[in-house]
Ligand binder design. Structure first.
Ligand SMILES: Cc1cc2nc3c(=O)[nH]c(=O)nc-3n(C[C@H](O)[C@H](O)[C@H](O)COP(=O)(O)OP(=O)(O)OC[C@H]3O[C@@H](n4cnc5c(N)ncnc54)[C@H](O)[C@@H]3O)c2cc1C
Length: 464
């Protein structure tokens, strides 16, 4: 933890930062801040709908959790009967397949994205759509006049700069733009937030031996329960295969390699390549990390890497095929699942995602897939819900839309809409709505929803 600076009474507790004149370096019609599945989809949708669009990102690659954390399971929920969304999210998967940036996902009818190669896929998509790319700039403040957002201020190696925009889409995952612009946002107490994770991948795995071992002792979703975890399913999930790992960590604990009180080491592997890369190892779970607090982030990164190294050793010692394997990489950054949500014009509910919510202002559908807070419901039956446009409209700031995991809703709805494919649904909806509102010369909250739905259909999205 950082120490407070004022233990010595002569040291002031705060300082006045001098105001300064900064350059406006760029102007655009639609500015998308953050380039995860939501922001990337939003920028593509806005540009394809005819708006002059800029995509701003704090790191050196687009893709958000896919490329920065290494979250590769884009549609691991998809089964034979699943009625899935259509549009840009599915395009991500298809394009990644075409470009050799995806491989079959072991538990579903889908492909896992290659988190590294997807950086290049995203570059190509951005260039082809004519989007202005701005990497390596962190949005630090907003420019708001009379309740209308006019742009943002960024900080980078070049110092502080301003970017002006007619519409802004917040795809930061943390609702950073909305919060700084003064929109109503909320965040659960630390102890109620979903755990954070350091993701990692290994190389040098003997694929044949590993797969033979997995087939000889197949794990199921019912096996997720155990240690400190309980799991609510509908029952139909329980006997299905899951690429789940707990036994090697239990064995390592019994042998004294893993501390006895570290009960949360367990989880899934994502994909294994012919070259022996075992990727998207999602087995480290760190409770009580607030992703908007840099002290928590520091603790999470370092403790998470420590636990990941224990996990690598446990896999080498107790999993056939992994004996000669090594750490390939950690995610570029700690994986955060849960921070701020906006208080939206409509906040989605557990009922909406569990009981096939239907909305006049739907901007897309998402299968009945709920994953989080101890709930796992898989869309094996064809049930799905609508994503309402109003869940992306923050209160108190005009010309601003929020897409991705910070849209308005309760815990259960977050466990559904946070999934990357659904973030692409809200992103595409926000991008198109921003472009249509520009054309109509109105605020995003007054846009003609029928025109938005028509433009979304023209882009290949499924609305109902
Ligand atoms: C460990 C882990 C495992 C997961 N597993 C799965 C899974 O298997 N399947 C699934 O579908 N979902 C999974 N999720 C959830 C999913 O990854 C996220 O909910 C989803 O990526 C959110 O998308 P987003 O676009 O809203 O935000 P993000 O993917 O977080 O993208 C936000 C982007 O905004 C940028 N940004 C943030 N703040 C600023 C700023 N101030 N200025 C400029 N740029 C900024 C970030 O760098 C990032 O690129 C997982 C999440 C984690 C953490």
């Amino acid at each position: 933890m950082a120490h407070p600076v004022n233990r010595d009474k002569r040291v002031p507790t705060s300082i006045q930062e001098p105001s300064r004149q900064i350059d406006v370096i760029h102007e655009c019609e639609v500015l998308v801040v953050g380039s995860g599945p939501a922001g990337l989809a939003a920028a593509l949708a806005a540009a394809r709908a005819g708006a002059q669009t800029t995509l701003l990102e704090r790191y050196g690659c687009f893709g958000g959790n896919i490329t920065q954390v290494g979250v590769e399971g884009f549609a691991w929920y998809r089964h034979e009967q699943t009625v899935d969304c259509e549009g840009i999210g599915v395009e991500f998967e298809e394009r990644a397949k075409q470009m050799g940036a995806a491989q079959p996902e072991p538990q579903s009818n889908s492909h896992a994205l290659d988190g590294e190669a997807f950086k290049y896929v995203a570059d190509r998509l951005v260039i082809e759509a004519g989007i202005t790319p701005l990497l390596h700039r962190l949005m630090v403040a907003t420019i708001v006049e009379d309740g209308v957002i006019r742009g943002v201020i960024v900080e980078s190696k070049a110092g502080r700069e301003a970017i002006l925009a007619q519409r802004v889409i917040d795809g930061t995952g943390d609702a950073d733009v909305a919060a700084r612009a003064g929109a109503l946002v909320h965040k659960a107490p630390r102890e109620e937030l979903m755990a954070a994770s350091v993701m990692f991948s290994m190389s040098g795995v003997n694929k044949q031996a590993f797969i033979e071992h997995i087939k000889a002792d197949p794990q199921t979703y019912a096996d997720w329960a155990g240690g400190e975890w309980t799991i609510e399913t509908t029952g139909k999930e329980d006997e299905l295969f899951s690429p789940f790992l707990r036994k090697p960590f239990d064995q390592a604990r019994a042998a004294g390699l893993v501390p006895a009180d570290l009960q949360t080491l367990a989880g899934t592997w994502g994909a294994i390549s012919d070259q022996g890369d075992l990727t998207y190892l999602n087995v480290v779970h760190l409770p009580e990390i607030d992703g908007t607090d840099p002290n928590d982030l520091t603790r999470g990164e370092m403790e998470g890497r420590h636990q990941a190294m224990l996990a690598v050793q446990a896999l080498r010692d107790y999993t056939p095929g992994c004996e000669q394997a090594k750490l390939r990489n950690f995610g570029m950054t700690l994986g955060i699942r849960d921070t701020r949500k906006i208080d939206a014009q409509y906040n989605m509910t557990a009922h909406d995602v569990r009981e096939q919510g239907r909305f006049e202002d739907s901007i897309g559908i998402f299968p009945e897939f709920i994953d989080g807070y101890g709930i796992l419901i898989l869309p094996t039956t064809g049930r799905y819900f609508h994503v309402p446009y109003r869940s992306m409209l923050p209160k108190g700031v005009k010309h601003l839309l929020v897409a991705g995991r910070s849209i308005g809703g309760d815990r259960d709805s977050h466990a559904a809409v946070r999934n990357m494919m659904c973030c692409a649904v809200s992103g595409q909806g926000a991008g198109v709505a921003a472009a249509v509102s520009l054309r109509q010369g109105c605020d995003v909250s007054d846009v003609d929803i029928k025109a938005v739905q028509k433009a979304l259909r023209a882009q290949g999205a499924r609305i109902h």
